[in-house]
Design a protein around this ligand. Structure first.
Ligand code: URA
Length: 428
């Protein structure tokens, strides 16, 4: 087959800050998926994109080409609106677990395709797999049936969805090119658009535990993704939310499921409840439901009923005991005062080193491992009181976890206040 372009010309164009034509972009994604563009060439192009950027039209075409590399799902046969949420990833971010069944209570179907954790951010599938029997891999037919019967499904994305992104993401991961806004935005949105959701709410995390460390970068990413969603006919809204400290009081797998079930039972930490309710309101509004009261559905057990049915529909036993770590160690508060900082990245790395996360895709995670928080920023603490509990099955991991936490805790004199606001901005 005669190729329409030459990879080296395309790399040079981006290297020299030029703009790629739609035809060049279509060919690049297709030729890389077919193996005609070599990994080293694509790595060079990714680095040129990271350094020199892409304009909106280029990003939009790049996204469309990645969607076209695979199948597109279609939920129109359900006869009801669909909505999905995507978080850019953080520490203790278990929101998908209570959110999907909560939104389904109001007749909006939630097809939530989720991933596994890599590095310090946890993965929704790893968390749910701590429930005995629960299955992440479903056929498209199962997914559609469950959406019709239960209204919510959380499962692994099939291999047919945006295959170009799978290959590209693995390459970016090992070439220092993950953190390019055009590449992150097109990667996330190609999968969400191919998934076929009618509307989408993005939770773009900002802070030490997130990809985006400052609000300006996070806003640019959010604006880019919202524009891509709208261009593709998906009603898309983004919230910028704080990830300078973990969400809730747990970071791990089984312990995050336990906390999610507390939220579904009408309790749970106030930040997890606030964000779950706010994202549910946004998803419902995008799907055209304006008179719902999601907070009430957490309190009166309706969301819990859908959760139980959702877990059972995927082979899980929602009433089974969750795995518990074999060993634990407590970290004590070093001084009296107000806890003004508890660093999300440090807690995420500690949970990962304790066995909750994986360093390579093929690693197994420990269901019971992680970090429990006994105080959140804003709390008054006394020297010697328990601040964190470290959990693992392999006690030789405690030392490295403690090292990660060395500078994580900031205690200030009484009367101080942490500079914290959970929901920072909304972009529509
Ligand atoms: N998540 C994705 O799916 N892709 C990225 O590029 C970054 C986060």
């Amino acid at each position: 087959m005669t190729e329409s372009f030459d990879a080296v010309d395309i790399i040079r164009t981006k290297r020299d800050r030029g703009t790629l034509t739609p035809e060049q972009i279509d060919w690049t994604i297709d030729a890389y998926t077919r193996g005609v563009i070599a990994d080293e060439q694509m790595a060079a192009l990714n680095m040129a994109i990271l350094l020199n950027g892409m304009d909106r039209a280029e990003i939009s075409r790049w996204t469309a080409a990645m969607i076209a590399s695979g199948e597109r799902m279609d939920f129109s046969s359900l006869g009801r609106p669909t909505s999905d949420k995507h978080s850019t990833g953080g520490v203790g971010d278990k929101i998908t677990l209570p959110l999907a069944p909560l939104v389904a209570v109001f007749g909006v179907a939630v097809p939530q395709l989720s991933g596994r954790g890599l590095g310090h951010t946890g993965g929704t599938l790893d968390k749910l797999e701590s429930i005995p029997g629960w299955q992440a891999h479903l056929s498209n037919e199962h997914m559609l049936r469950q959406l019709a019967d239960v209204g919510a499904v959380i499962c692994a994305a099939g291999t047919g969805l945006a295959p170009a992104d799978k290959k590209l993401y693995a390459l970016r991961d090992v070439t220092g090119t993950v953190e390019a806004i055009p590449l992150i935005a097109s990667s996330i949105m190609s999968k969400k658009i191919a998934e076929g959701t009618g509307s989408l709410v993005l939770d773009v995390k900002v802070g030490s535990g997130a990809f985006m460390k400052d609000v300006a970068q996070a806003r640019e990413l959010a604006e880019t993704m919202v524009a891509l969603g709208k261009d593709a006919g998906v009603d898309t809204v983004a919230l910028l939310t704080d990830m300078s400290t973990p969400l809730g009081l747990t970071a791990g797998n089984a312990i995050e499921v336990e906390e999610s079930v507390e939220v579904l039972a009408g309790g749970g930490p106030s930040d997890v409840v606030e964000l779950t309710v706010r994202l549910a309101e946004e998803m419902l509004a995008c799907a055209g439901v304006h008179d719902a009261d999601p907070a009430a559905a957490l309190k009166d057990g309706r969301a819990m009923d859908v959760w139980n049915r959702m877990i059972e529909a995927q082979g899980g036993d929602p009433r089974a005991e969750l795995p518990v770590a074999k060993e634990s160690e407590v970290v004590l508060a070093p001084a009296d005062g107000v806890l003004v900082g508890l660093d999300a990245l440090a807690v995420g790395v500690a949970a990962w080193r304790l066995g909750a996360g994986r360093a390579r895709k093929e690693d197994r995670v420990q269901a019971g491992a992680g970090v429990r928080l006994h105080a959140k920023p804003g709390a008054l603490v006394r020297a010697g009181e328990p601040l964190l509990t470290l959990l693992t099955d392999t006690p030789d991991k405690f030392d490295r976890a403690r090292e990660a936490l060395a500078d994580a805790v900031v205690i200030a004199p009484e009367g101080s206040r942490p500079a914290q606001q959970l929901i920072i901005d909304r972009i529509a």
